[in-house]
Design a protein around this ligand. Structure first.
Ligand code: NAP
Length: 382
């Protein structure tokens, strides 16, 4: 009887020991491979990868429905736990009646996240991931983009837009206030007012730094000169469409360096095409604009996607992880959209390792041979 008891006790102990090893090694694995680092962006530090929120509230392109909010929150939480603090959003995100939805959700998610975190203190999972709860480097950083709507023609209208964003977020300071696009190509006079408005937002203490989106090298240079004149208003970021599917040279990277800010690569997965999950027999649903876009892009992208898959296999990563890692190797901060927990977890696996120089070059060459690049944002300037 006592021999039976002690055998059972040994088995139980062994099971406990093995399960502890599994749990701990699982966590260490996540900590080692997926812990997101920090990089400089002008005067501030941001996470080395960020989360995009365009799909949160967008029915047209992303088939959003409020019933998805729980799943989006799960994706949010896993990204926060891994060390992502940078969240890119915009006051125009959310289609029609859902306008502003992304900012509302960002505020709600962070409040819920912090609440769950404080309720969870006994388990202290957050420390296991190496995050210091009280560290300022773990604070949510909202970088919102204010749309240069035609009626926003005065500097004051941009300040009011920033205040409206803060109201939706239920916060009192943005990390970065950005102009969503430049009006230089079609309404150049509005551009000046937008720049003064951005600087005013900073002067009023409503943001930590400013940024721009869809600016080319020349426009970024002009903007940075004006910010210098305005008592050195700090520029943290400049974001452009940047992925293996875009036609990019190094000029925009250099101009971001010269402006003292970080280049943010948006749509790093080319709206999902670089995940390699789509092909001509498996396209987004009929009526979704991505369907026609992918139909046009996929045939000419075959060799690139082949290279991407081969490198992914070699590295024992997924094509998405390789595509995102490539943007990191270019010294940019990618902001990918992840709509589910699974996508977020997979994309987090893009950090903690590096493509070799040869692999980056192989991808560069495959990208330069694309028959058709991803279409440029219509507002992109020189
Ligand atoms: N400044 C600007 O004008 C501008 C323009 C565009 C985007 N942005 C910013 O950049 C962010 C990211 O860009 P994006 O959303 O255009 O595109 P993206 O990051 O290139 O692709 C995101 C989409 O790819 C799919 N996906 C992502 N990870 C996946 C995975 N691991 N496995 C399978 N599918 C995956 C998801 O869509 P499906 O599941 O539907 O395939 C997801 O919504 C935006 O949210 C926004 O914040 C800025």
């Amino acid at each position: 009887m006592s021999a039976q008891v002690s055998t059972r006790a040994i088995i139980l102990l062994l099971c406990f020991f093995l399960s502890t090893i599994t749990i701990v090694s699982g966590l260490v694995n996540i900590g080692n491979n997926n812990k997101v680092g920090r990089v400089k962006a002008g005067p501030i530090d941001i996470s080395a990868i960020g989360c995009g929120t365009w799909s949160w509230g967008n029915r047209l392109l992303w088939d959003y429905d409020p019933s998805q909010d729980e799943e989006i929150y799960r994706a949010y939480k896993v990204q926060r736990n891994a060390g992502i603090t940078l969240f890119d959003t915009g006051d125009s995100y959310g289609t029609f009646d859902l306008n502003g939805r992304a900012e509302i959700l960002l505020g709600q998610f962070e409040r819920r996240y912090l609440e769950e975190k404080s309720n969870n203190k006994s388990q202290n999972m957050f420390d296991l991931f190496g995050n210091n709860e009280n560290s300022s480097s773990n604070k949510q950083q909202v970088a919102t983009k204010l749309a240069p709507y035609p009626w926003r023609i005065t500097r004051g209208s941009l300040v009011n837009a920033a205040k409206a964003s803060l109201k939706r977020l239920e916060q009192d300071k943005l990390c970065v206030a950005q102009t969503h696009w430049s009006t230089a190509n079609y309404q150049p006079l509005q551009e000046g007012a937008l720049w003064e408005g951005l600087a005013d937002i900073y002067d009023e203490g409503l943001c930590e730094a400013v940024g721009v989106s869809n600016y080319g090298p020349q426009q970024l240079y002009k903007f940075s000169e004006r910010m210098k004149e305005r008592d050195d208003i700090p520029i943290a970021v400049a974001q452009v469409q940047y992925s293996l599917m875009t036609a990019r040279n190094n000029e925009i990277l250099e101009s971001a360096d010269n402006a003292g800010c970080r280049l943010i690569s948006y749509s790093p997965l080319c709206l999902g095409l670089l995940t390699c999950k789509y092909d001509l027999d498996n396209l987004p649903r009929a009526g979704n604009p991505r369907r026609q876009l992918f139909r046009e892009l996929l045939p000419g992208a075959k060799p690139l996607l082949g290279t991407l898959k081969a490198i992914a296999k070699e590295q024992r990563k997924t094509p998405s992880q390789v595509a995102i890692n490539w943007t990191i190797q270019k010294r940019t901060v990618p902001i990918f959209g992840a709509r589910t927990l699974q996508q977020a977890e997979e994309n987090l696996g893009a950090v903690g390792w590096s493509l070799s120089n040869e692999e980056v070059m192989e991808l560069d060459i495959a990208s330069s041979k694309l028959e058709k690049n991803m279409i440029e944002n219509i507002f992109a300037t020189r």
